[in-house]
Ligand binder design. Structure first.
Ligand code: HEM
Length: 140
């Protein structure tokens, strides 16, 4: 799959999500809530947007990951091999805008390490569970 090459709009993740949630009239403290003084409404006050929330995304479970392509928050990688290449080289990683990502460093994996990681990720598939759960919901 080709890299994003800046064509998709940059997604600031939790930073944007928090702003939308806090402004939403349907949130627990919002105009349309029937419990504006309740516990859930009080919890909203603890949600603070910081520089650190810029570009944060929830780390998904890796259970059954081999059956849930495409990967990452914009579905930018079609295969697990591409995800492993991402962690190995960090080439074409989605940028953080002016908040550059500094946590992840290229792992520079050997071919044997990539094979091992691919085998590990594949071992997380529970065929029985996939059958019981059925297909994922269709997106509009
Ligand atoms: C060799 C080491 C690693 C492997 C094999 C690995 C594997 C994966 C895979 C397969 C996904 C895609 C999941 C999906 O889209 O369903 C993923 C996403 C993610 N991983 Fe890792 N991971 C590794 C290291 C790390 C580290 C060190 C961090 C944090 C410091 C991390 C944080 C994340 C986050 C936040 C996501 C979601 C990213 C997004 O939605 O764009 N991973 N990882």
């Amino acid at each position: 799959m080709p890299p994003l090459a800046g064509k998709e709009p940059f997604d600031a993740g939790r930073h944007t999500g928090l702003a939308e949630l806090l402004a939403d009239p349907f949130n627990a403290a919002g105009a349309l809530s029937d419990d504006r003084q309740g516990e859930r409404a009080a919890e909203l006050a603890r949600l603070v947007r910081t520089n650190e929330s810029w570009g944060q995304f929830k780390t998904p479970s890796l259970r059954n990951v081999a059956a849930s392509a495409p990967y990452m928050h914009q579905g930018q990688y079609a295969t697990l091999a591409r995800v492993l290449e991402h962690y190995s080289t960090m080439k074409d990683a989605v940028g953080g805008g002016h908040h550059g990502e500094t946590v992840l460093k290229p792992l520079e994996l050997t071919p044997a390490e990539i094979d091992d990681l691919a085998a590990f990720l594949g071992s997380l598939t529970d065929e029985g569970a996939l059958e019981r759960l059925g297909p994922p919901p269709r997106t509009p």
